[in-house]
Design a protein around this ligand. Structure first.
Ligand code: TRP
Length: 333
């Protein structure tokens, strides 16, 4: 029997998924689900690390995130979608892993550092937040994932996972798998405000679930070249977000190249390129919206997908955990 390689990846259910998630990770998941045994974690425990006082937000978004998954083409018949908190083995493994990492190593994680700044914890940093990369390492290791398709901001987490897995295998027994990350070509989509990253909490995202009107409004407000004032002025394509998005979503690459040439030369207005982008995004998002609406009509069936996925995921994780316990000499009876 040839066993398939394993993918584990997922998201925090803190808000709707957006175009950045799509190019950074969702697209790869849809593509690879036929080839790899795919597990997708809805990381509600990780989401609570900075939302402890607002659990309703997390519960509500679990449902929205599953709808996002299903609507972009993640097939629940072949991919296993599950809820992190309902697999307690992950919390157990996190506890064992915490002894294999130092506090100063956790404080060096660049993504966590950025997030800490952005969220402005000041002196009130929750301990759970600082150590969430360890919990993420447990997510990945419990499924013995070979591959983790993620956006670039998640690379430090995979690095941390590899370190912990190596240490575990060396100290105890080699029962865990060192994962590799899989980053897409366009791995980071800028926000509509021109900021480096499109972010759930930055208010600069186009969501997969946004209506046509909202998408059009967001595109019209997009950052372009601030020095391109008159249509006849030559404009800059580099750093011009409208072109970045066209490159990511317009299937007609030749026309995009031609538009770039025209824009550079002068004579092509911002409204014209924005109109094209609206059309391109409509073509991309309208089948996604349709699928979403169909699944949303039947919330019971959606919850059933989650329930069954979670059952299957738990079986896998508990198998790994028995081996982990044996390796750590915690198999007392
Ligand atoms: N950190 C990821 C995010 O911010 C979510 C996540 C939790 C994850 N566990 C994971 C991603 C394991 C990949 C693998 O959305």
């Amino acid at each position: 029997m040839v066993t398939k390689k394993i993918i584990l990846t997922g998201d925090r259910p803190t808000g709707p998924l957006h175009l950045g998630h799509y190019v950074g990770s969702l697209k790869a998941r849809v593509k690879f689900q036929n080839q790899y045994e795919t597990y997708i974690i809805i990381a509600d425990m990780q989401a609570l690390t900075d939302n402890a006082d607002n659990p309703e937000k997390i519960t509500k978004n679990v449902f929205e995130v599953v709808l996002d998954y299903l609507s972009v083409g993640i097939n629940p018949k072949i991919s296993t979608i599950f809820i992190q908190s309902l697999v307690p083995e992950l919390a157990e493994l996190t506890m064992y892993f915490l002894n294999l990492v130092t506090l100063s190593r956790l404080e060096r994680n660049p993504t966590v550092k950025d997030e800490m700044k952005q969220k402005g914890f000041g002196g009130n940093l929750p301990a759970g937040f600082l150590m969430y990369p360890v919990s993420q390492a447990a997510d990945i290791a419990a499924f013995r994932a070979d591959l983790v398709p993620v956006g670039v901001d998640q690379l430090p987490m995979i690095e941390q996972t590899v370190e912990i897995v190596k240490k575990f295998n060396k100290i105890y027994k080699p029962v865990l798998v060192e994962p590799k990350s899989l980053v897409s070509k366009i791995s980071r989509l800028p926000g509509i405000d021109g900021k480096e990253k499109m972010g759930k909490s930055l208010g600069n995202a186009i969501n997969l679930s946004d209506s046509s009107d909202v998408v059009a409004k967001k595109v019209m407000s997009m950052y372009t070249d601030p020095r391109h004032i008159h249509v006849e002025d030559p404009g800059k394509v580099e750093g011009n977000i409208v072109f970045t998005y066209l490159e990511a979503f317009d299937p007609d690459k030749k026309t995009v190249e031609e538009l770039k040439r025209q824009y550079r030369r002068g004579g092509l207005g911002d409204v014209a390129i924005k109109k094209r982008l609206i059309e391109v995004l409509e073509n991309f998002l309208s089948p996604i919206r349709k699928k979403r609406a169909e699944f949303a009509k039947n919330p019971k069936a959606v919850m059933k997908i989650l329930e069954e996925g979670t059952k299957k995921a738990r079986m896998m994780a508990s198998q790994t955990l028995s081996e982990v316990r044996r390796a750590m000499k915690l198999d007392y009876f």
